[in-house]
Design a protein around this ligand. Structure first.
Ligand SMILES: Nc1ncnc2c1ncn2[C@@H]1O[C@H](COP(=O)(O)OP(=O)(O)OP(=O)(O)O)[C@@H](O)[C@H]1O
Length: 501
């Protein structure tokens, strides 16, 4: 404020003007809320102008004061325009973010109109890692903003990575899945949404927004996507051992060991636990089945295919039935209301599949119901490849967990955390048993090798004794022959001398 201007004011007026200007300045520093700040600034300014007018001073003709007011007005206008532009941009992606619990990570609920009720998790380390892929897309100026920070690729990029869609990994109701190698040498699986797919674009968007925000070591991670040339594609981390369904029912000679099956059950339960209890609100998968469990190079399992996932709503809203025959919870079929307990039911079916290698489409549930009539009924339906290779007590215990998951009343079914705990206990007991066996095995091996060493020693001793004996005999023989010669010579000598005489 130029001092010169204030000189025209009376003492009282000067004080009012200075304090008004001071208010403008401090308001702009003190308040975080910009709208409020702008509003306050405007009201203070207009009040000040009104006061100046009342003073009948011709201040505005003074160039310094005019410039100051003009720049203040300009600044406020500029700030307001910038602020509303920023707000408009953010509302296109995410609107309101409320804090949620997420395995120790801060997470938020996205209430944007485009992806209603989807779960938002703060961008994890893994996404940052994948930003190295984005150089590829950066060259393509036509790319639209990516969803949830997941790298977006052009059709050309994918065409190149899949070598013109050469290797098919599988076919689902969503479309065909191809193998691809990214420029970083990372091998991925590209799911191409079939143009006649019954899921359509809505499902595609659900999958991108949901998968892009949910990350766990037991979920198949989404590493990119493509919306280009009328095509919709999802890029996932590559699971080299394919689906659990293929491994259980395929013609591969290699079979899953009991140990591997226990680990797979535990991995699946951890994946579901993340969806049900790590994400708030909970995510119901709605299509858990062995075809949606994928196995990596070391046979560790991850839950895949969130195309049918929906965040559980607490308003009791019902929706159309989604899922796969044989895995669907009867309570869900009758109420059409998906809950986390419907997933627990499907998981129970998967546990029995793991144990029996009987597909739900081949009357698995009939066998399971028959087996439930006896305490050791599971022994009768256990996968033939496991007979004699697994501890029956462990198998029966796991079957009991699965039976609890299949209870008719959803309320009586355990939570996924309880299921995880039970499987973990079985696994730990299995490991400790194996250690004991291997300890005992170690002892026997050590004893055998000691006996073998002793045998070698004994045979060596035998050889030495024999050699010594032989030497002694030889020496004795020599002595005897010498004595014999001497005796002979002494006996014959008188005769020889006599005859000579
Ligand atoms: N990330 C992946 N890595 C390796 N193979 C995969 C991957 N995703 C899918 N596949 C293969 O592609 C097949 C089809 O997968 P997709 O998820 O499209 O269908 P689905 O789950 O079998 O059936 P639906 O879509 O009807 O649920 C799988 O069975 C699997 O063999």
């Amino acid at each position: 404020m130029p001092i010169r201007v204030l000189l025209f004011f009376s003492k009282e007026q000067r004080r009012t003007t200075i304090s008004s200007l001071y208010t403008v300045q401090t308001c702009s520093c003190a308040h975080q809320n910009r709208r409020y700040r702008a509003k306050t600034s405007w009201s203070v300014l207009s009040r000040m102008l009104r006061e100046l007018k009342q003073l009948h001073l011709k201040m505005l003709i003074l160039p310094e004061f005019g410039i100051l007011i003009a720049s203040l007005v300009f600044f406020c206008l500029w700030w307001h325009i910038k602020r509303s532009h920023l707000q408009r941009c953010t509302s296109l992606n995410t609107v309101t973010h409320l804090p949620i619990r997420q395995n120790g990570l801060a997470a938020t609920i996205d209430s944007s109109a485009s992806f209603q009720n989807s779960v938002v998790v703060q961008q994890p380390e893994y996404v940052a890692k994948n930003t190295k892929l984005s150089w590829w897309s950066q060259n393509h100026k036509d790319t639209l903003p990516s969803v949830s920070g997941i790298p977006r690729y052009s059709y050309k990029d994918i065409q190149k990575a899949t070598e013109n869609f050469k290797t098919i990994l599988g076919q689902g109701s969503f479309g065909t899945v191809y193998k691809a190698t990214m420029p970083t040498s990372e091998v991925v699986a590209v799911k191409v949404l079939a143009s006649d797919s019954k899921h359509g674009e809505k499902e595609f968007q659900t999958e991108v927004s949901l998968l892009g925000r949910l990350h766990h070591r037991n979920l198949v991670n989404l590493v990119g996507y493509c919306v280009d040339k009328g095509q919709h594609m999802l890029i996932y981390e590559y699971m080299s051992n394919g689906s659990l369904e293929k491994v259980l029912y395929g013609e591969e000679l290699d079979t899953l060991s009991w140990d591997e099956r226990l680990q797979i059950a535990l991995d699946i339960s951890h994946g579901i636990e993340y969806l049900h209890e790590g994400a708030v609100p909970p995510v119901v998968h709605r299509d858990l089945k062995s075809a949606n469990i994928l196995l990596d190079h070391s046979m560790r399992a991850k839950v895949a295919d969130f195309g049918l996932s929906k965040v559980e709503l607490f308003d009791g809203r019902t929706s159309s039935l989604k899922g796969t025959y044989g895995y669907m919870d009867p309570a869900y079929i009758s109420t059409s209301k998906p809950t986390v307990k419907s997933d627990i039911y499907s998981f129970g079916v998967i546990i029995f599949e793991l144990m029996t290698a009987i597909h739900p489409h081949q009357n698995l549930m009939d066998y399971v119901n028959l087996a439930s009539m006896q305490a050791d009924g599971i022994d009768e339906i256990l996968d033939k490849r496991l007979v004699g290779k697994c501890n029956p007590a462990e198998a029966r215990e796991l079957a009991r967990v699965a039976y609890r998951c299949l209870r008719r009343s959803p309320r009586k079914r355990p939570t996924i955390a309880e299921v995880s705990q039970s499987i973990l206990k079985i696994k730990q007991r299995h490991l400790s048993r194996e250690e004991t066996v291997s300890f005992a095995g170690d002892d026997i091996t050590r004893m055998i090798s000691r006996i073998e060493d002793q045998q070698v020693e004994l045979s060596k001793m035998e050889v030495t004794v024999l050699k010594k004996h032989e030497k002694l005999i030889m020496e004795d023989r020599l002595v005897v022959s010498k004595a014999w010669q001497k005796l002979e010579w002494q006996t014959l000598r008188p005769f020889e001398e006599g005859s000579a005489a």
